[in-house]
Design a protein around this ligand. Sequence first.
Ligand code: CMC
Length: 423
Amino acid sequence: MANNAKLDLGDKTIDLPIIEGSEGEKALDISKLRGETGFITLDNGFVNTGSCQSAITFLNGEKGILRYRGYPIEQLAESSNFLEVSWLLFYGELPTAAELESFTKKVASFNTLPEGIEKIVDTFPKTAHPMGVLSSATVALSAYYENHLGPQPTDADKDELFAQLMAQLKLIVARFYRKSLGLAPIASDPSLSYSADFLNMMFENTDADVAKALDVLLILHADHEQNCSASTVRVVGSSHANVFTTISGGIDALWGQLHGGANQAVLEMLEQIKNEGGNASSALAKAKDKEDPFKLMGFGHRVYKNFDPRAKIIKVACDKVLEKLNVNDPLLEIAKGLEAEALQDDYFVARKLYPNVDFYSGIIYKALGIPTNMFTAMFVLGRLPGWLSQWKELREDPSAKICRPRQIYIGQTERNYKKIEDR
Ligand code: CMC
């Protein structure tokens, strides 16, 4: 194939370099387009726009493939653990036994929050949404680590921040959960795995099977290339803002129900179907009605147009967790019925809408005892190593620029100001 594509613009023809990725994905490099022709490209929602070249995560939406650093998600979910996967994402290779041990100890060593952060978390009303608390407390960490506010973090800074944030966001979530119930916080136990420690700080539960189920969920959420929150992380990070505010921006983007907030919305939708007698058909009809803003939450994906490989793994995990915990949740049957009906419905078939990662995850979180409004904060804990890896890659890319899209202006053309008495 040629190295360039030709673009005819009236009497002018220009060459656009073709970029090819390691999995054969192709792009046209349009970075010189405006300088040479005066044209920009317009792509609502960035549906067709690559914002960077990245070596972290590969996904193929048509084939349902998801790989972190080349390793299939199915293998990682089956055999790895969350901290190992986090290391893989951040450093690019699987850790040696010594590297993993040292990283695990380092994460565990951050077993307290600055006192001021504890007070901030405790000051929120117990009814506050955990995502607002988490985002605020994350950016507030910047007040306590002035050494990490500089515009050029060193490798040592990045190593430190990786372990520190992995630990401290977990502490914030668990502390706020206890506080919201009027319970005293439980100290982090450095002898426990990441997931067991989290469950212990939340519920005083260190059951190995339950911790494993949580670990799998976190692994499945750990990165997903240039989605809305990862792109936000890259946009904020591209101004050389510090990592605390950069990650806080990712948390804010994830909160929306078209993105990570879908897990909370799915459970609320399933509850509503149950309360209305368990009939999925009216939810489907509402979702298909173009006059109604309601969408079938947990269905559809910008990239996956065949199936979401994470949803496949979660569906199986869901059955296992409910059996292990001896939970008989009617919402699971409603979810399965809804999925079966949607997958046979012309509207969903024609638009290639399938269950996504959020469709079944909430049922597992619920079985683990996590309150519905905390589901998206769980997604944050899972996605954090991905955001930190995207931030690291951005900051280490010598060609990275501040993100600053263009626009096509469609407002008023020039006109003269009139004094208020003349209007
Ligand atoms: N229910 C009903 N219709 C839908 C749905 C849905 N869940 N998702 C997409 N559609 C329709 C949409 O109305 C459009 O129809 P038409 O062609 O007639 O105008 C068509 O399908 C294409 O959808 P789109 O909105 O152009 O697709 P998108 O790529 O912009 O949006 C999405 C992707 C995930 C935001 C969307 O599918 C959605 O809102 N799903 C529900 C929310 C959800 O589950 N979000 C979690 C995504 S996975 C977790 C994550 O990583 O964020």
